[in-house]
Design a protein around this ligand. Sequence first.
Ligand SMILES: *[C@@H]1O[C@H](CO)[C@@H](O)[C@H](O)[C@H]1NC(C)=O
Ligand SMILES: *[C@@H]1O[C@H](CO)[C@@H](O)[C@H](O)[C@H]1NC(C)=O
Ligand SMILES: *[C@@H]1O[C@H](CO)[C@@H](O)[C@H](O)[C@H]1NC(C)=O
Ligand SMILES: *[C@@H]1O[C@H](CO)[C@@H](O)[C@H](O)[C@H]1NC(C)=O
Ligand SMILES: *[C@@H]1O[C@H](CO)[C@@H](O)[C@H](O)[C@H]1NC(C)=O
Ligand SMILES: *[C@@H]1O[C@H](CO)[C@@H](O)[C@H](O)[C@H]1NC(C)=O
Ligand SMILES: *[C@@H]1O[C@H](CO)[C@@H](O)[C@H](O)[C@H]1NC(C)=O
Length: 232
Amino acid sequence: MMLFLSLISLLAAVVPALAQGDLTAAHNTSGLEGTWSTGSRNVVTGSGFANPKNRTFTYPKTTGMSFSFTDTGFFEVARYRFTGNGTDPHCITGVMNWSHGKYVLVDNGSMILHPFGDGFQQIQDPCAAESNFIEDYNNTELYVQWRVFEDLIDGPKLHLFQFDGAPLPPQFQVSTTPNMLPTQPLRNVTTAASLTAQNLIATNAGERVWSSVEIVSLVTSLATVGIATLLL
Ligand SMILES: *[C@@H]1O[C@H](CO)[C@@H](O)[C@H](O)[C@H]1NC(C)=O
Ligand SMILES: *[C@@H]1O[C@H](CO)[C@@H](O)[C@H](O)[C@H]1NC(C)=O
Ligand SMILES: *[C@@H]1O[C@H](CO)[C@@H](O)[C@H](O)[C@H]1NC(C)=O
Ligand SMILES: *[C@@H]1O[C@H](CO)[C@@H](O)[C@H](O)[C@H]1NC(C)=O
Ligand SMILES: *[C@@H]1O[C@H](CO)[C@@H](O)[C@H](O)[C@H]1NC(C)=O
Ligand SMILES: *[C@@H]1O[C@H](CO)[C@@H](O)[C@H](O)[C@H]1NC(C)=O
Ligand SMILES: *[C@@H]1O[C@H](CO)[C@@H](O)[C@H](O)[C@H]1NC(C)=O
């Protein structure tokens, strides 16, 4: 908690100091180009993660997240995570989350991601009434700060701070050439509804996709992959 608070106050102190168009090493836009990934680097954007045409995912070996940026203003993000349940250890929620689109670097040091609208996510919750569903994901995302640091051992490291100032886990550069799906809408989306994280589950009930075969296999893979991931 202390660390979290001090990060926020550090951030608050840093923000006014960032001049317009700051291109120092930490804010180096050419250094942003490429593909970045957390931890074990098993989650990587591009063709190995999401298949937008049929809204399916290829499951990475472990959880994590990955961002890619081109120097022409395009981004892609891939996320895979589990959330445990303190009350019931069997109730682990798994989320696969993908989108791509255009990013903007604001002069105040923030980064804003504007998705094309063809993003989607899969939520698996074995304890919920609907244990597995896939839905569109089209949230605009604000990162109040971004920085690239040179780590002596791991090389360039990308730090992103969420809308509330909370830091994301650092991401390592897995390639300087971005590994991305084509930077254009990759499927036709019929719904125009734009959802926020808060009302996502409540408003999206009608869009949930059901298939009993999928549910059985995904809950099984959730159970096995989930336990393996949590042990790491
Ligand atoms: C910005 O990043 C590029 C690519 O990594 C590097 O060649 C360049 O020296 C960096 N510039 C600064 C000011 O750090
Ligand atoms: C979805 O598309 C991917 C890539 O084209 C393909 O490998 C996969 O088999 C498809 N999955 C389903 C369930 O159709
Ligand atoms: C934890 O699981 C119970 C059911 O066992 C459920 O009622 C509760 O909402 C879950 N909590 C979270 C945070 O998912
Ligand atoms: C920077 O500007 C954007 C766009 O106006 C805004 O949404 C964001 O909150 C600002 N960031 C900070 C750190 O004030
Ligand atoms: C969207 O639908 C139109 C008309 O059916 C088709 O021509 C186009 O290729 C589709 N776009 C994608 C990205 O699938
Ligand atoms: C995605 O969100 C943007 C911004 O809110 C909106 O303009 C666009 O229509 C949305 N696209 C879809 C397919 O919902
Ligand atoms: C997908 O990722 C975004 C960004 O972290 C988050 O706001 C959203 O809630 C995630 N989806 C789910 C179902 O957790």
